[in-house]
Design a protein around this ligand. Structure first.
Ligand code: PMP
Length: 402
């Protein structure tokens, strides 16, 4: 029998490292270890009841069939309403695409637009799926390191220098996974000024963490900050993070109708349409009462404050205060070179994360996975009691180093 050979296009990529680490930690947990998993990027809250009820009503009405392939008309109208209400952006229904998660929106956009060798500029640290998706589509990820000193944000000059005749897209993700860094409207304006000088470059704004933004900072998105970019911007968002709906799999994007139509072709030959029941739930999420979004955000903010303070009290660690999302991205450079009680020398952030998991039962993700070392990401979308215990263990782990 001939063994399985994977296709060329998937050889350079692998299963999401974050999911792999989370699965491994969960397996240890099932085996009886008291592991605290701070890996996964999903809110610990339940989906609000009004949203669940909307899904039940849809089921009772018999809404169990295929919908329009890139979103039911009701769902598209809900997305249209959301963009108008929250972002001051006006889109026609044929400028809106709904998929099984923001991830599929991004995937469809790349499948619909990338030719072999096309470059996609990805400011790092970045959500790793971006690079893998670009590669599946035959494109070339161009990673631009954004240091902590620059607030993990892309500098306009850095962007200008990276644009080539092959550049197809620039991705912007604010607030960011993994750094939590967000752009103010003024900071974004400087980036959009560069892009105005390069009319062939498209912008993908991943706004999935829009509603998880702290300290009163106003959310800004490129198409609203610079209307001149509207004709080449895809604004991506979804219900996963804002409404604790990761398992429902609904995301959406809005942009020029020709791109949206090409994305619909891709979707028609892969998933056909997002789940009808999930779309009914998402309509309620986007058009129903919004107060829960702010309530949950303030609870995330309390957790952020706790985790940042705890990490900054820990010998060898240093954590910038993130503006949004539910992650901290702390430097562990101060522990590198040191030895664990078991005599192992820590050389990299991956070594450090391995030590935390093996010896202290805390699962976090190394910065290397996100393209910037030596850092580690904590997802603090978990109960405060768990965070207290986890931070105490991380402290003990660092204090035990020699
Ligand atoms: N973008 C970013 C930056 C994310 O962190 C995630 C989820 N981890 C997504 C997109 C995808 O979200 P979903 O597919 O659940 O809508």
């Amino acid at each position: 029998m001939t063994s399985f050979q994977s296709a060329q296009r998937v050889r350079a990529i692998s299963v999401s490292e974050i999911l792999r680490i989370t699965d491994h930690a969960n397996a240890l947990k099932r085996a009886g270890r008291p592991v605290i998993v701070l890996g996964a990027g999903e809110p610990d809250f339940n989906t609000p009841d009004n949203i669940c009820q909307a899904a039940i009503r849809a089921l009772e009405r018999g809404e169990t069939r295929y919908t329009v392939l890139d979103g039911s008309s009701v769902m598209k109208a809900a997305v249209q309403h959301k963009f108008q209400r929250d972002n001051g952006l006006t889109f026609a229904l044929n400028e809106i695409s709904v998929s099984a998660g923001a991830k599929q929106v991004i995937f469809n956009a790349l499948m619909a637009s990338i030719n072999p060798g096309d470059e996609v500029i990805l400011p790092t640290p970045f959500w790793t799926s971006y690079a893998d998706m670009v590669q599946i589509c035959g494109g070339v990820p161009v990673l631009l390191p954004c240091s902590e000193a620059q607030g993990f944000r892309l500098e306009p000059a850095q962007l200008e220098a990276a644009i080539t005749p092959r550049t197809r897209w620039v991705f912007l993700n604010s607030p960011s996974n993994p750094s939590g860094a967000a752009y103010s409207a003024a900071q974004l304006k400087l980036i959009t000024e560069v892009l105005l000088r390069h009319p062939a470059v498209w912008v993908l704004a991943d706004d999935i963490y829009e509603h998880i933004l702290y300290d009163g900072l106003a959310f800004a998105t490129p198409a609203a900050v610079e209307p001149g970019l509207r004709d080449r911007t895809l604004t991506v968002n979804g219900v996963s993070k804002a409404y604790a709906m990761t398992g429902w799999r609904v995301g959406y994007g809005a942009g020029p109708k020709d791109l949206i139509a090409a994305m619909a072709v891709v979707q028609s030959q892969s998933t056909s349409c997002p789940s009808s029941i999930s779309q009914a739930a998402a309509v309620e999420a986007l058009t129903g009462p919004q107060s829960i979004v702010a309530e949950r955000c303030s609870s995330f903010q309390a957790r952020r404050d706790f985790v940042v303070a705890a990490l900054n009290r820990t010998p060898g660690l240093n954590c910038r205060t993130p503006e949004g999302a539910f992650y901290t991205f702390a430097s562990c450079s101060g522990v590198l070179g040191r030895h664990t009680p078991g005599g192992v020398q820590l050389h990299t952030d991956t070594d450090f994360c391995h030590y935390l998991l093996q010896d202290f039962d805390v699962a976090v993700v190394p910065g290397t996975v996100f393209g910037l070392a030596p850092y580690f990401r904590i997802s603090y979308a978990t109960a405060m009691t768990q965070l207290e215990e986890a931070c105490a263990r991380i402290h003990a782990a660092c204090a035990a180093l020699r």
